[in-house]
Design a protein around this ligand. Structure first.
Ligand SMILES: [Zn+2]
Length: 138
């Protein structure tokens, strides 16, 4: 599987595949140091953009350092994430052609900053927050 990082129209840099990927393939693991949620919040206090990925138990986050941290949000993504035995995988939800940018839906659920979406999908909801998330107070 060939993944490269290059400039993206969605956000500064994106992750692209140079080879075809089949639906349901485990594309890449979201790797990086595990922090407690508090350590992550402290480290990125006042930052508007982080690569923290919340684990399902809500107490730990991954400080993304690998290529998966470059994968952008899209409201019409070609990948999803799944946590399997404490490891987070980026998984293709459809066949992906060589040269396509990999995306998944961030579905942000907490945060005290706005996260506008510019993915350009026809069904773009204009934010990276989960549609059901409680939005930060204005
Ligand atoms: Zn969007």
């Amino acid at each position: 599987m060939g993944l490269i990082v290059r400039s993206s129209e969605i956000h500064a840099a994106g992750c692209y595949t140079t080879t075809a990927i089949k639906a349901a393939a485990h594309v890449v693991e979201y790797t990086g140091p595990r922090l407690t949620k508090k350590e992550g919040d402290d480290r990125y206090e006042n930052c508007h953009y982080t690569y923290l990925f919340g684990l399902r138990n809500g107490r730990r986050v991954i400080d993304g350092h690998g290529i998966a941290a470059f994968i952008n949000h899209s409201c019409d993504p070609n990948c999803e994430t799944d946590e399997i035995n404490g490891r987070v995988w980026i998984i293709a939800i459809r066949d992906i052609k060589p040269g396509e940018e990999l995306t998944y839906d961030y579905n942000l659920y907490d945060g005290d900053f706005d996260a506008p979406c510019h993915c350009g999908s026809r069904n773009c909801r204009g934010t990276m927050y989960d549609p059901d998330a409680v939005r930060p107070a204005d």
